[in-house]
Design a protein around this ligand. Structure first.
Ligand code: 13P
Length: 250
């Protein structure tokens, strides 16, 4: 049985004044079955710990592949953990695009994260041009082979399928398209890690998940939760997405 995961990626948003959103979220979901994760900007991480309490787990949005050293501006996995994170998002399409991150680099970061005792949420997804050229499945397969570590478990690895063209655009794939990709990811996980681990890794959908489309997305097979950007910034919106996930069938 896979525990559902509602993950919020705050990206480059949030000052101290936003911590009240976490108070509201934690208060609303004291007894929620679904696991709730927020990835704030690194500047807010340690300050968010007291607000998150036991109701919300915290994540970094990226980490370096090395443990320490001369890497100005970067943050190691151990530093994220030290600041209160238990997860880290890796290989987000914005990192792949803005910072030229390759599959090899994402895999090295994922290894570093797992070695430091963090759980990794590894993001994959096709561009619009790749989808229109009917290359989605090839791209997803290539990103999985290239970005995932050889050793992983259902505890320490989460996959987020985020079609690049659906991020921040209000557009989402059809439910059939989401199901096709999630079923493919499941099949490839089982082939790579064996049936036991492959079935236990959670697969999130991300890209324009909102309170009004969440329930139908969560009904799609092999969708174990969501990675939410814009709609995770306000407790009210994220809370209704969490409730939709909590109410969805297994
Ligand atoms: P939006 O929910 O704002 O489309 O962002 C999705 C995303 O990139 C989450 O990582």
């Amino acid at each position: 049985m896979r525990r559902k995961l509602a993950a919020g990626n705050w990206k480059m948003n949030g000052l101290e004044s936003a911590l009240g959103e976490i108070d509201a979220l934690a208060a609303a979901h004291k007894a929620t079955q679904t696991e709730i994760m927020i990835a704030p900007p690194a500047t807010l991480l340690s300050r968010m710990v007291a607000h998150a309490g036991d109701a919300v787990v915290l994540a970094g949005q990226d980490c370096h592949s090395e443990e320490s050293g001369a890497h100005t501006g970067d943050i190691s996995a151990a530093m994220l953990k030290d600041a209160g994170a238990s997860y880290v998002i890796l290989g987000h399409s914005e990192r792949r695009t803005d910072h030229g991150e390759t599959n090899d680099q994402v895999r090295a970061k994922t290894r570093a994260a797992l070695a430091a005792g963090l759980k990794a949420v590894v993001c994959i997804g096709e561009t619009l041009a790749q989808r229109e050229a009917a290359n989605t499945i090839d791209i997803i397969g290539g990103q999985m082979s290239g970005s995932l570590p050889d050793l992983a478990t259902g505890e320490n690895l989460v996959i987020a399928y985020e079609p690049v063209w659906a991020i921040g655009t209000g557009k989402i794939p059809t439910l059939d398209q989401i199901g096709e990709v999630h079923d493919f990811i499941r099949m490839r996980l089982e082939r790579r890690y064996g049936a036991g681990v492959g079935r236990s890794v959670r697969i999130l959908y991300g890209g324009s998940v909102k309170p009004d489309n969440a329930a139908e997305i969560f009904d799609v097979s092999n969708v174990d939760g969501a990675l939410v950007g814009g709609a995770s910034l306000k407790a009210k919106d994220f809370s209704s997405i969490i409730s939709a996930l909590d109410a969805s069938a297994d």
